[in-house]
Write a protein that binds this ligand. Sequence first.
Ligand code: AP5
Length: 214
Amino acid sequence: MRLVLLGPPGAGKGTQAQRLVERHGVVQLSTGDMLRAEAATGSDLGRQAAKAMDAGELVSDEVIIAMLASRIDPKNNPKGILLDGFPRTVGQAQALDALLKEKNLKIDHVIELAMKDDEVVKRISGRFTCAKCGAGYHDQLQKPAKDGICDKCGGTKFTRRADDNANAVRRRLEAYHGQTAPVIAYYRQRGVMNSVDAMAPIDKVAVELNAILG
Ligand code: AP5
């Protein structure tokens, strides 16, 4: 299965991706995570990417497509891929189609996690992540069962993202409405587009996704 999860910042792409990976055995490919990993190396590319990300702007299509191209090989992903936060522009969607076509593959499902802008700000401002395993939490909406201890790995260190501040979130929303919304129209024309209400509780969103994916 080749699945794309789209949605504004904080819509729950990463949260639902973790569940879909467990359920379907697909490999999650998050361009945001790849860029943060590159930024952590301190390379030139990582520094450039971090500058754009911290400002809430998209990284160039050229960089993103080059980063993703080698990772969609079905030999490495026998049960398929879940693209989390990619494609974010029509140019990226066209490049993805071309890469898949070379391997006689295509996108099976694109699902938008739909959410209102004011809810986005609420979600993003409380988010934190386990520094050891990457599990996502929220100060009000999704606390660990034991305060300060990760449910998944027992880790006790947590991090917050540099781009989770009011200014960057506003720019990220602008990028979503300006550059990513046309991607939804692109996939609708291809008959693979679905949308779920991402303002529902996490478990309910998961049920909706499973109803679409089977
Ligand atoms: P990226 O890392 O992809 O960030 P994003 O799209 O802004 O999305 P987030 O990761 O912030 O949110 P999410 O939807 O995964 O929500 P989450 O599950 O964490 O991209 C970052 C940057 O990298 C971009 O701004 C850009 O600069 C660059 N970039 C990345 N890809 C690119 C591309 N293809 N092209 C160009 N540039 C690119 O959930 C959020 C919080 O809410 C959590 O705390 C969670 O616990 C909670 N939560 C989740 N679901 C629910 C629910 N249903 N109810 C209650 N709480 C919930």
